[in-house]
Design a protein around this ligand. Structure first.
Ligand code: IVH
Length: 677
């Protein structure tokens, strides 16, 4: 019979079936068939149907993951079979000793097959399925008795509320690990910090803390995931012969199993798996703290049995810890290539992430203040992969006495120039710019680059040699020194012939004729990019007027805010920088004077975007000429763009211009707007 109720029931059953199937494709097979929106659409249809016919709701409907009201407390669960822990191995020798013991006990010289698995760094969990339905989730507790956390476990989408297929054992206890992926952990902490709540130290604590929530709605909003690694108890069915087959069987029933599981042969196979996983560790989306080897054949497992709380047939081969505690002996400040001062903690040396570490970054002053790091503190240091070791947090409870807070130095430790830290910015910088040795190579490279002074042939390799070794015993430190280089001196450099030396001298000489905007950009003032340099040049017209400007005057320039204003102001207050500029001009660097009344320039206030190749000039030349005429050139088309200049083979910028109705000019139309060169 097909009365409306019957139809609704059939549709609800079909939707549940499909949603379960797509969940399985997504979580277990890691091979989704449909886009998320399609899943969401079916999910909402089922929700609506169940709202209309509440009697159709089943406890294992995908809509019922958050089952009910918060629980009052956690019930105790006595495990059907104790949940054991694992013996640890830390070295290759210990791994071999494990394999030897296994073979001795089994009285065999044959290689042992091991199920190799990752050791997930989360919380052990026991899931009880009765006739294929999830009826209970429990923590490990002391191994005998755990806590009933069913209400939270049900919210984990990678845990099926019912098993797929048919013929499940009447009672089956699946064991595995609930963990929080790294990205989800970072988001959660950001969210917690933003709402002023306490953050979690690591993903494992976050997973544990989440499972201990009384309100399942909290757990439902946190990104927990699950991988099964075994069966604790099975009633009414025979399990396959091998552990690896047991996991395959679980997978067939829709239980998520790690795709990194393998079967390996002997201690050598184990070692190779360990090495591979250690190499992949940092790329995995979740944390693992080692690998686990289990004798694969279950008859052999039974023959080996248990010692106290761990099986004799399994071992955890742990990775070197990525977080350890040590003591801060001091804090130094390093000056980077961009002038940023980075505080570095000098540590009591410790072994972490596989190497001995004696320095760790503290990032910037905000971080020091936020973490409240002081000299003498005991701290947690983290080193993951190739990432620079960092101080994660201070164990404040171990602080002795009242150590002084760390202070930002007033002068650059390398060159003695003033250190500035603009209001609201985390990074403190040396204002020595061109003068500071720490910044020299980077500043010179930028100075010579194509969009700055455009010195062809003066690349990073030559700058490196010039700064490190100098020429004929003379140091090359500032951009002004570049203009004193001779062909003979350059020809003395490694891998530099007479001809290329002469070419380089010629291009250095050519670069002397420049524009004010390029010159300003070339100076490498923090935060002053090409567009800002052009605005400043246009507004002030001369370098002397710019150098005298106060921050208020600077802020009057379009696009210049307080941070840029402070950087520019500070730059021109450093006598070394003024000396370098004077020396450059004395050596012939020059630019056409700009009529600095912004309003009288023909293209004042007009914004241009260039696309495609021009015939009579390069795009860079076009840009320089537009800027000299008071116009602005930006990289992308927006509603604020006045003109898009389209040359040969224009790109998508032209389409964008047409979409937005921006005026498009060809090259000759542009030339008409420009004053004669
Ligand atoms: S097997 C009898 N396999 O490590 C064997 N454990 O100290 C019991 N763990 O609390 C565990 N990944 O939560 C096993 N692939 C894996 C594992 C794993 C992580 C955890 C487990 C247990 C601890 C063992």
């Amino acid at each position: 019979m097909s009365e409306p109720g019957g139809q609704a029931a059939a549709r609800a059953a079909e939707l549940r079936e499909r949603l379960d199937y797509h969940n399985y494709r997504y979580y277990v097979l890691d091979d989704p068939e449909i886009p998320d929106v399609e899943y969401d659409r079916m999910f909402r249809e089922l929700e609506a149907l169940e709202a209309e016919h509440p009697e159709l709701r089943t406890p294992d409907s995908p809509t019922q993951r958050v089952g009910g009201a918060p629980v009052e407390g956690f019930g105790e669960v006595r495990h059907l079979v104790p949940m054991l822990s694992l013996e640890n191995a830390f070295t290759a020798d210990e791994l071999q000793a494990f394999d030897r013991r296994v073979r001795e006990r089994l009285e065999t010289d044959d290689q042992i097959s091991y199920a190799a698995e990752t050791k997930l760094d989360g919380m052990a969990i026991s899931l009880l399925y009765e006739d294929g339905h999830l009826v209970r989730g429990a923590t490990r507790g002391d191994g005998q008795t755990g806590e009933d956390v069913t209400h939270n476990v049900r919210t984990v989408e990678s845990i099926p509320l019912r098993l797929r297929g048919k013929g499940h054992p009447p009672r089956l206890e699946v064991r595995g690990e609930i963990y929080m992926p790294k990205a989800g952990f970072a988001c959660l902490n950001e969210r917690l910090a933003a709402s002023g709540s306490k953050t979690f130290v690591n993903p494992r604590n976050a997973a544990a803390g989440t499972l201990r929530q009384l309100d399942p709605r909290v757990a439902a909003q946190r990104p927990l995931e699950f991988f099964a690694y075994g069966v604790g108890y099975c009633e009414g069915a025979e399990l396959p012969e091998r552990h690896s087959e047991v996991l395959e069987m679980l997978k067939g029933w829709g239980v998520r199993v790690s795709p990194l599981n393998r079967v390996v042969q002997g201690a050598a196979g184990c070692q190779a798996y360990y090495d591979q996983m250690l190499g992949e560790r940092d790329e995995l989306p979740y944390e693992i703290d080692g690998v686990v080897f289990k004798v694969d054949k279950r008859t052999q497992q039974q023959a080996l049995g248990f010692v106290s709380r761990a099986p004799r047939w399994a071992v955890a081969f742990k990775f070197p810890a990525q977080e350890v505690t040590t003591v801060v002996r001091g804090v130094d400040f390093q000056v980077g290539r961009t002038g940023a001062l980075t505080p570095v903690a000098r540590l009591e040396p410790v072994f972490v992430g596989g190497v001995t570490v004696s320095n760790a970054t503290l990032h910037n002053m905000d971080e020091i203040e936020r973490k409240d790091v002081r000299i003498g503190d005991t701290v947690i240091v983290r080193r993951a992969g190739d990432v620079i070791p960092e101080v994660v947090r201070v164990l404040h409870e171990r602080r002795e006495g009242h150590p002084e807070p760390v202070e930002l130095p007033a002068k650059c430790p390398v060159c003695g120039s003033d250190v500035v830290r603009p209001e609201g910015q985390a990074a403190a910088r040396c204002s020595g710019g061109l003068f500071c040795a720490a910044q020299r190579k980077e500043k010179l490279r930028h100075f010579a680059s194509r969009r700055a002074m455009d010195i062809e042939g003066l690349g990073a390799r030559i700058i490196e040699q010039l700064v490190e070794e100098g020429v004929d015993g003379r140091e090359v430190q500032t951009p002004a020194d570049i203009y004193a280089l001779t062909t003979d001196e350059l020809a003395g450099l490694e891998r530099m012939g007479e001809k290329s030396a002469a070419n380089l001298v010629a291009s250095i000489s050519r670069s002397k004729d420049t524009t004010f905007a390029r010159f300003l950009f070339a100076l490498g003032i923090p935060e002053v990019g090409e567009v800002t340099a052009a605005s400043l040049a246009r507004h002030f017209g001369s370098i002397d007027r710019l150098a005298e400007a106060e921050t208020d005057d600077l802020e009057a320039v379009p696009d210049v805010g307080p941070v840029i204003a402070q950087h520019v102001h500070e730059f021109f207050r450093q006598p070394h920088n003024l000396d370098v500029i004077a020396a450059l001009r004395a050596r012939g660097v020059n630019w056409p004077a700009i009529d600095y009344e912004p309003d009288v320039l023909p293209l004042a206030g007009k914004s241009f975007v260039l696309t495609g190749a021009l015939e009579t000039m390069t795009r860079d030349e076009a840009r320089d000429r537009i800027q000299a005429a008071g116009g602005k050139v930006t990289g992308s088309v927006s509603g604020k763009t006045d003109y898009v200049v389209a040359g040969k083979d224009p790109g998508s910028k032209l389409d964008k211009a047409e979409q937005l109705g921006v005026t498009v000019l060809n090259e000759s139309e542009l030339l008409e707007l420009l004053p004669d060169a």
